[in-house]
Every structure is written in C-alpha cells, then in structure tokens.
Design a protein around this ligand. Structure first.
Ligand code: SAH
Ligand code: SF4
Length: 394
C-alpha cells in the first residue's frame, strides 16, 4: 500500500511581458487612481466613475482578464483600454497539495521574486493566507520568514492578485452577471503569510479596500484579519483606514522574553502595545482582537505565563489563539507538549476567554504558520545568526 503523499505540481503559465511594453496594470489601483488613468486615456470625466465600477466588476467579481470580454463597454472603448492597460496578477509557479487539503502556492512577482500563499479549506469556509512582503525586515526568532534576508514590499496589485490567483485555481469565478454567491470556497482572508503588513501599510490598505468593496472581491470586513507583530503607530491607522479585524503576535508576557521572540518589542513594548490595542475596537467598530501566542517549550508556556497573559489583556475584548510552534530546519525552539498547551489553554478559558488551539495545517508541505519562505531564496542567514538574534547561545 502506498502512503498518502503531498502532491507538487509545476504550473505552466504564459509569459507575462505586457506590462513591460508600457501598458499599465489596472489590478490594485484604487478607484481614484483608476478614474484618473481612464481620464488620462481620454474617457470623458462625467463617465469615468461609472466606467471604474464596470471595469472593477469585470476584474474582481467575474475574474475577466481580457478587455474584449467586457461586453457592456463599447467595442472601440474596449480596444482603447487594451492599448493602454493590462490586467495582470502574479504568476503561479507551483502548487502543493497537502494530505489535509491545504494548498500552498508559490507565485512569482515582478523582478523574479517569489512569495508563498496558502489556502486552508475548512468546514463551510476557506481561508486564504496572503503575503504582504518578500521575506520580512523583522527577525522574530521563531519564524522562518524572519530568516529570509531579501525584502521588497508587494504592490497592492500583487496583494489582491494573490486572492485572484487562488480564485482562478479554485475555479470559483461566477459567470458574468450571475448573482453574488454567498457560500464561497475562498470566504476569508488573513494577512498572515510572509511579511509584516503594517510595514507596507498603503499597499495593504489599497488591496484590502478592493477585497472589501461591493464591486470588488466583496468580502465583508469581518472576514479579513490583519496580523501584526506590533507596529504600534500603524495600528490606530489600521482601525481608521482599513477597519478589518486585527490579530496581534503577542507570544510573551514579559518584555524580557518578548524582546527576544518579537524584537520589535524593543521599540514598542508590551505596555505601549496594549495601550493602542485598548482603543482599537472602539475606533474600528470591530469585535474582538485576536492575540496570537506561539507555544514554545520552556520559553513562554508556563502556568504563570498564562495567568500573566490574562491579567495583561484585562478589559480588551479578546480571543487568544494558541499556535503550537511549527518547526522548520534549524529552528532554535521546540513545540510545547500537548498537555502543556492544554493546561495553558485551560487557565485562559477559565478566565473567560476563548482559547482555541490552532491545528497546524499543511505541515507536510511546510505551509503551516511561520514556515513560509521561498525555497528558491538563496540569501539565508546561518543558524548561528538566527540563534544570536534570538539571544540563545548553544
Ligand atoms: N508578520 C505578521 C504576520 C505573519 S506571521 C505577524 O508577525 O503577525 C503569522 C503568525 O504566525 C504570527 O502570529 C507569527 O508570530 C506566527 N508564527 C511565525 N512563525 C511561527 C512558527 N514557526 N510556528 C507557529 N507560529 C508562527
Ligand atoms: Fe516577520 Fe511576522 Fe515572521 Fe516576525 S513573525 S519575522 S513580523 S513574518
């Protein structure tokens, strides 16, 4: 009998060189940007707003990439659009399918860089884990992405393009004109892939605005969760300008430990972070904040940590998501035991908080939280560098 093994496929796509021929990509433009671009092309000012709405629907609701198919626009206008613009999304390089149904995509963006995107099917819903940067400038010591040196911010088009790519792969674009489908394979988006979204604020914001727009991807703002390591000055701005749900990579209950795990804590410590989080639900009108807490054996997983955590977040509408540490080659930590995780969860639960333990998904294809890193990326830090940064010396 053969054991079930994950599947890897190379995906061939057509070479995409159109944008290099001077045509501008429409994907990722804000409504205002597209309006201006259409006016510059010669669209009469009074029509431009309506044209933006029509084009958005074709691109984001029905997944159309060819101007010729936009049948509610005049033929000559379609030809004019095709002369000036392209509709381009990141190129799918390979797709891996886990035995649990999780899909990990490797996509190539301009400049030949690669990022990973993960689709996690669940009962009655499906979540896409989207990347916001190539690598990450931060160096959280338990995170594989943090060991990757190369960084570039993704454009808004490359961020929303990941959602479009996944919808292509899942085959779930509705027929043009069909009523909106309420049950979707891709129903939720989490900005929990590679990168720190709040260090790429404008592009993340513009992409999420398209994801939430009724003429865009049409996901409710409650189905989008942005995860940050704690870029304090941008958190209030996230509430005001995006208004999606927020998750925070908390991971420790003392500054001493958090300084090592999430080095951005040296800049904005636990107290400063909690101050801004207290305001978040009021400003964004959103529900609970998710506190992510990675369970590291002997580092942050004691009963005392659990009790301290509960005391720290008192007064903040919160859910605590316990993430069993996902190992990666050379990682300087081990996952806490199941018993330890359960005991920790129990203390939090008894204090009145939901404390779900996140089931690792797609581990066989290295798709679980914190395992993402482009396999082709050659500039890596050595194990020694990683350990030095984490404050561990072995
Ligand atoms: N940069 C953002 C979002 C990406 S990481 C942030 O840090 O919040 C998504 C989540 O996975 C974060 O909570 C992160 O701390 C966690 N994570 C990173 N590496 C992990 C690992 N090896 N095992 C489990 N969780 C990890
Ligand atoms: Fe960057 Fe988030 Fe990984 Fe930290 S946990 S290195 S912020 S991706």
């Amino acid at each position: 009998m053969t054991a079930k093994a994950p599947i890897t496929q190379d995906v061939m796509t057509l070479p995409r060189t159109l944008a290099q021929e001077g045509r501008v990509n429409l994907v990722g433009m804000t409504r205002d940007q597209m309006r201006d671009a259409l006016v510059a092309m010669g669209t009469p000012e009074r029509q431009a707003k309506m044209r933006v709405g029509q084009i958005w629907q074709w691109i984001y609701q029905w997944g159309v990439r060819d101007f010729a198919a936009m049948t509610n626009l005049a033929k000559a206008y379609r030809a004019q659009l095709a002369e000036h613009f392209v509709i381009e999304i990141p190129e799918l390089v390979s797709r891996q399918l886990s035995t649990d149904g999780t899909r990990k995509y490797l996509v190539r963006i301009a400049g030949g860089h690669e990022v990973e995107v993960v689709y996690i099917p669940e009962e009655g819903r499906g979540t896409l884990c989207v990347s916001s940067q190539v690598g990450c400038t931060l160096t959280c010591s338990f995170c594989h992405t943090g060991t990757q040196k190369l960084v570039r911010n993704l454009t808004a088009g490359e961020i929303v393009g990941q959602i479009m790519m996944a919808r292509d792969d899942l085959g779930e674009w509705p027929e043009p004109g069909a009523p909106k489908d309420e049950t979707r394979l891709l129903s939720n988006v989490v900005l929990m892939g590679m990168g720190e979204p709040l260090y790429n604020f404008e592009n993340v914001r513009d992409a999420m605005k398209i994801a939430m727009d009724g003429e865009g991807i049409s996901l409710s703002r409650r189905r989008i969760t942005l995860s940050t390591s704690g870029v304090v000055p941008e958190i209030a701005r996230t509430a005001r300008e995006i208004g999606c749900l927020l998750a925070v990579s908390f991971h420790a209950t003392t500054d001493e430990v958090r300084d090592k795990l999430v080095p951005i804590n040296r800049r904005w410590n636990i107290e400063t972070l909690l101050d801004v989080l207290r305001e978040y639900p009021k400003v964004s009108n959103s529900e609970r904040i998710t506190f992510e807490y990675v369970m590291l054996d002997g580092v942050n997983d004691s009963d005392e940590d659990a009790r301290r955590l509960v005391r720290l977040i008192a007064g903040i509408p919160a859910k605590i998501n316990l993430i069993p540490f996902n190992e990666w080659p050379g990682a300087p930590y081990r996952r806490s035991s199941n018993n330890r995780i359960r005991a920790f969860a129990d203390i939090i639960y008894k204090a009145g908080y939901a404390s779900p333990i996140r089931t690792p998904r797609g581990e066989d294809i290295m798709a679980a939280c914190g395992q993402l890193k482009s396999a082709t990326e050659r500039a890596r830090k050595s194990k020694r560098e990683i350990e030095a940064e984490s404050g561990l010396s072995r």
